[in-house]
Design a binder for this molecule. Structure first.
Ligand code: GCO
Length: 257
């Protein structure tokens, strides 16, 4: 294996991907597995996690399931302890899980604001807080926070999501600042518009689809596999001196007005 190829290898590494059983999380999980990582897929749906694990195993990957509620600090702590004992220490954490509850702000139930912040932002803190002590003991690790184009830009009806993803961008910087000295690199990925379960209704809307294709310099929606290369880079030794950055994978959308 050439030195450069080994730089991107995840052989011998274990990655936990929250919300990793579907959508962008599953695509990222497949990319990390393809680079050699042992993959642990998290999700609230035990059936969904099991199906995704079976699928990755059929593709020849070393995949495991971990259905737990990432917003429940006690459940997270217990799950991370069990995973470390039964599968091995977690070298790579991808905080991917996220939900949307779209409303006009003035009509948004406070509960929907709270829930989106809880899942998309606070949970990233809860899971990282449970995983990072082990990384510190082993003097190294990787945390990848799945931010969004909405870490920088908002659009009507997504104020809770934009607030959460904007916070996640700053939390990424805060984590990087506090954990870099332990050789833990924390960075973010900011997806633009990708066709997933969460956005299918938007993509099926001719007016919205036309707007996004016009607003995005690449003139199209992203394909979930187009996140895999950056995920592998940020999870590997190739990014050992990259800290606190959010890199947008958005066809140029955030680069232009
Ligand atoms: C929306 C979309 C967006 C994107 C997401 C990509 O309602 O406009 O759900 O929020 O999907 O931000 O990162």
């Amino acid at each position: 294996m050439s030195n450069l190829t080994s730089l991107y290898s995840l052989e011998g590494k274990t990655a936990l991907v929250t919300g990793g059983y579907r959508g962008l999380g599953l695509s990222i999980s497949r990319g990390l597995a393809g680079a050699g990582a042992k993959i642990i897929l998290n999700g609230r749906s035990a059936d969904g996690v099991e199906a995704a694990v079976e699928g990755l195993r059929k593709e020849g990957y070393d995949a495991h399931g971990a259905p737990f509620d990432i917003t429940d600090e006690k459940a997270v702590g217990q799950s991370i302890e069990n995973l470390t004992t039964n599968i091995g220490p977690i070298d790579i954490l991808v905080n991917n899980a996220g939900i949307q509850k779209r409303h006009k702000l003035e009509e948004m139930p406070v509960e929907d604001f709270r829930t989106v912040l809880e899942v998309n932002l606070t949970a990233a803190f809860i899971v990282a807080k449970a995983v990072v002590p082990g990384m510190m003991e082993r003097e190294g690790g990787k945390v990848i926070n799945i931010c969004s184009l909405m870490s920088d830009l908002a659009r009507p009806t997504t104020g809770n999501y934009a607030a959460a993803k904007g916070g996640l961008r700053m939390l990424t910087r805060a984590m990087a600042g506090e954990w870099a000295s332990s050789n833990i690199q924390v960075n973010g990925i900011g997806p633009g518009y990708f066709a997933t379960e969460m956005t299918q209704k938007l993509k099926d809307d001719p007016d919205f689809n036309s707007w996004i294709c016009g607003r995005t310099p690449a003139g199209r929606w992203g394909m979930p596999e187009e996140l895999q290369g950056l995920a592998v880079f940020l999870a590997s030794g190739a990014s050992s001196f990259v800290n606190g950055q959010v890199i947008f994978v958005d066809g140029g959308l955030t680069a232009v007005i």
